[in-house]
Design a protein around this ligand. Structure first.
Ligand code: UD1
Length: 362
């Protein structure tokens, strides 16, 4: 059986790594790894391949950046000949990025079966490009691997047959559990504890420049109470340059380059709180027991609120400040808040591999 994995952007790499590893235990499975090149900076891609011990991609489509249509079309055009040449039995796609959607569209039109890892998540906010990618990818997929029961419910309510849906758990947590012992919090020089770790890159936060300016003012205000470490995504870096802000005057607000996986997890596990608009980080903080304030109006990962440490603060900076101050005041240890969620146990990828192999012989 030939399985072709498609990855493209930073959050795909930690999801694909355990699945490649789990499938490699089956001698009859032949695997091909395609990198679309959506993320291309060394700090967004190469270092993740090294730390996650991902094999070198068999091909890199080198699509780079562009508008959504340009990027999606570039992946489709470059990916179609790869599928025609390599003739996989199954294409595995991950998460919700443009590369996921593009690869699913190409595979569906060529009649190749598709497996979607991290299926069923919904924010119900179609202004998010990722929500469009999720909806379409799930409709086209033959095997839908969900991380939590809400994913199954969403898919069933969209008319997807239950026989295609497999609740397997969270592959991102597989990677986290495997690599956690290798992490430690190497604080940048001049940073003291306690600290907040910040990531922001969603268009809704960083493409709206007046809002981004207000957000930064809030972070700078918070930095009078605790250090703030902010590894800056390339998209956000471009917007900060557009704003031309003089950030160096905020002594305890530390803007860094994007961090490698082990360093980032190391900082996350020891943070007093995380302030983010990422999807995956809401899950990682829940697993680690670190309070998370999500600067979004909605989340496709509601289980991180109902069972985890996540709070939505929406577009309300007063709420963000009050929630941060409350976390500082309560000063709970992450160990006491650690939650074990069903099937977030380090074995999700093995379950996926078993299902794929079983379905190929049915
Ligand atoms: C993408 C995903 C998002 C994911 C995020 C994680 C989509 C629609 N969005 O958003 O779901 O959470 O990745 O990082 O697929 N850039 C660089 N170097 C890089 C990569 C990007 O400079 O290595 C710049 C690009 O030039 C572009 C911007 O960052 O201007 C955005 O990149 P893009 O891949 O379009 O989307 P992200 O915002 O990274």
């Amino acid at each position: 059986m030939h399985i072709l994995h498609v990855v493209g952007a930073r959050p795909n790499f930690m999801k694909a790594a355990p699945v490649l590893r789990a499938l490699s235990a089956y001698p009859k499975v032949h695997q091909t790894l395609v990198h679309t090149g959506q993320h291309y900076d060394a700090s967004m891609s190469d270092v993740f391949f090294r730390q996650l011990e991902l094999p070198r991609p068999d091909c890199n489509l080198g699509v780079g950046s562009g508008t959504h249509a340009q990027q999606t079309a570039a992946v489709m055009q470059a990916f179609e000949p790869v599928v025609l040449e390599r003739k996989p039995d199954l294409v595995l796609v991950y998460g919700d990025v443009n590369s996921t959607l593009a690869a699913a569209l190409v595979s569906a039109k060529l009649g190749v079966r598709i497996g979607h890892v991290e299926a069923g998540l919904r924010s119900r906010d179609r202004s998010m490009p990722e929500e469009i990618n999720r909806l379409v990818t799930d409709q086209l997929s033959d095997l839908l691997f969900t991380p939590s029961p809400d994913g199954d419910e969403n898919l069933l309510s969209e008319g997807i047959h239950h026989s295609k849906i497999h609740l397997v758990g969270n592959v991102m947590i597989d990677t986290l559990l495997r690599l956690l012992p290798q992490t430690n919090a190497n604080l940048p020089e001049s940073v003291s504890t306690p600290y907040a770790l910040v990531t922001l890159h969603r268009p809704s936060n960083v493409d709206d420049l007046p809002w981004l300016r207000d957000l930064l003012d809030t972070l700078s205000h918070l930095s009078s109470q605790l250090s703030v470490i902010f590894p800056v995504h390339p998209r956000t870096r471009q917007r900060l340059d557009d704003l031309g802000l003089e950030l160096s005057r905020h002594e305890r607000l530390h803007l860094l380059e994007p961090l490698p996986y082990l360093e980032f997890i190391g900082l996350q596990r020891c943070a007093a709180m995380v302030i983010t608009d990422s999807g995956g980080i809401q899950e990682e903080t829940t697993f680690l027991g670190v309070p998370c304030l999500t600067v979004r109006k909605n989340t496709e990962r509601p289980i991180t609120i109902s069972l985890g440490t996540n709070q939505l603060v929406g577009r309300d900076l007063k709420k963000l400040c009050a929630a941060a101050e409350e976390i500082l005041r309560r000063n709970l240890s992450s160990a006491s808040q650690r939650k074990s969620l069903p099937l977030w146990d380090g074995s999700a990828a093995e379950r996926i591999a078993r299902i794929i192999v079983r379905c190929s012989t049915d």
